[in-house]
Write a protein that binds this ligand. Structure first.
Ligand SMILES: Cc1cc2nc3c(=O)[nH]c(=O)nc-3n(C[C@H](O)[C@H](O)[C@H](O)COP(=O)(O)OP(=O)(O)OC[C@H]3O[C@@H](n4cnc5c(N)ncnc54)[C@H](O)[C@@H]3O)c2cc1C
Length: 447
């Protein structure tokens, strides 16, 4: 038997011997069967990890208060390790929440996630730095764009516990700019976001995994979910059966695991997981819906090996509606090294991670606009990440629509929480998304 299936089978045994006492919950578990796990979370990126940890801690806390022991959350990851897709291929920026409009879920979970993330990093010693960020404008049109960002910050009336604004923003004068970051060029204005920062995404995910396992959660790595079947009834109210087939499995070899509920946190694979249910198991009396599809926008990063110019804050160009990203920006890693990216390149293949060096000249053009003294010979293709998009390139570039995160109990089904389109600021929002999924299962209040 291959390693992935063996790992999963021992996970199933551990799950079934664990207690399934979860206290109040808003999902049903059929009396006719006893599922291996209470929750199966599909996808071990930062969002799946944060969600699995929240659910495992919920169960562990309930168990300790009711004198029973154990947890019953299974985290299924198709690769041999967690966090090898988007969650480790991004800018590692803790976003403030400036770009997603009033009333959007992105704004809500980004702000909440940022607050939770700074506290979490302090509490568990995860590497992070509150670097701040400058958004720079070079033309009157760009000035207008950053004025809109400022107005959004002003309009957002939420307040932190200490009475400060949850979206603090300030204008930086030319004199101050010259004193603080003399290498940065900004012809028509600089807007500073002091609450923006950076985080060690690998450290964050390892810490979440440790907390998840400490709470009794079970990770099954090397375990791609290939098929999902509702148990006993078509809407999942009897629980769910998940088929798992490792990449090196022999023909037809698969492991089956059951769970009362499922969470689709599969990132680039989330449409496939969604379709596994809606296409094969449409709701009674409902026509088979169109299969869901996702679009992919690669972001190429370029490393910078020169020590000059020296910049100690993040620098972003003014936002451009319809770009599909925030523009090639200057970010810093935890050691203070500069890197540039991500640009935007629409691709058909979500596994196409080769950095496209042909994109470098365009990136240089953008970088030179705000950092004229950049040493272009010191720029090298570095790594890339794929953004998961709910809209095609055409819809995004026409600026037609804003696609919000989808985080919901899938209508008509029972015990299925679907997370779709969790692109940026998904890293920043991860802890808030975990909190939200926990509430969807366990709180009767609207979330
Ligand atoms: C270029 C780029 C830059 C970004 N910059 C930032 C930033 O600076 N700040 C920020 O907040 N956000 C940023 N983001 C967004 C952030 O990285 C993502 O929102 C976040 O990582 C999403 O996490 P996830 O867990 O949903 O997805 P992923 O990390 O993609 O994890 C999904 C997991 O599901 C697994 N999976 C898929 N299908 C299956 C299956 N059938 N069975 C089992 N497992 C499966 C995959 O292997 C994968 O590990 C950026 C994203 C990109 C691409």
């Amino acid at each position: 038997m291959h390693a992935g299936a063996r790992h999963l089978l021992s996970a199933v045994r551990r799950g079934t011997t664990a207690s399934r006492h979860t206290g109040a919950r808003l999902f049903s578990a059929s009396a006719a069967h006893r599922a291996d796990f209470t929750h199966a979370v599909i996808g071990g990126g930062v969002v799946g990890l944060a969600t699995a940890r929240a659910l495992a801690e919920r169960i562990a806390n309930k168990s300790s208060s009711s004198a029973s022991s154990g947890s019953s959350v299974l985290l299924l990851e198709r690769h041999d390790a967690v966090g090898t897709e988007a969650s480790s291929r991004n800018s590692e920026v803790i976003h403030a929440g400036l770009y997603y409009g009033l009333g959007s879920l992105k704004t809500k979970v980004c702000i909440r996630g940022r607050q939770l993330l700074y506290s979490f990093c302090d509490q568990y010693g995860v590497g992070h730095r509150n670097t701040g960020k400058w958004i720079v404008a070079q033309t009157p049109g760009q000035r207008e764009a950053i004025e809109k960002v400022f107005a959004f910050g002003e309009a957002y009336r939420g307040r932190d516990d200490d009475g400060s604004s949850v979206l603090p923003l300030r204008w930086v004068s030319p004199d101050e700019a010259q004193r603080r970051q003399p290498a940065v060029r900004a012809v028509t204005g600089i807007l500073e976001s002091p609450s923006t920062g950076i985080v060690d995404s690998h450290g964050l995910m390892q810490t979440l995994l440790g907390l998840f396992e400490q709470a009794g959660g079970v990770l099954a790595a090397g375990s791609p979910v290939t098929k999902i079947t509702p148990l006993n009834s078509r809407d999942g109210s009897g629980g769910w059966k998940l088929h798992v087939r490792a990449a090196d499995a022999r023909d037809g070899e698969e492991t089956i695991v059951t769970a009362d509920t499922i969470v689709n946190a599969a990132g680039l694979g989330s449409a496939d997981v969604h379709n596994m249910i809606t296409q094969a198991h449409p709701l009674p009396g409902v026509e088979v819906p169109e299969p869901m599809r996702l679009y992919y926008a690669k972001g190429n990063y370029f490393s910078y090996s020169a020590s000059q110019p020296n910049v100690s804050t993040l620098v972003y160009p003014a936002p451009e509606p319809g770009l599909g990203g925030l523009g090639t920006h200057l970010t810093l890693d935890m050691s203070g090294r500069i890197r540039f990216g991500p640009d935007i390149e629409w691709v058909d293949d979500p596994t196409n991670l080769a950095v496209n060096a042909a994109q470098l000249p365009r990136a240089i053009e953008t970088i030179k606009s705000y950092l004229p003294s950049v040493d272009t010979a010191a720029l090298q293709p570095d790594y890339s990440g794929i953004r998961v998009k709910l809209q095609s390139a055409g819809s995004v570039t026409s600026g037609k629509g804003f696609a919000d995160f989808i985080i919901r109990k899938e209508p008509g089904y029972q015990g299925w929480v679907n997370l779709l389109g969790v692109e940026s600021p998904g890293l920043t929002s991860s802890l808030a998304i975990g909190e939200m999924v926990d509430k969807l299962f366990y709180s009767s209040q609207a979330v």
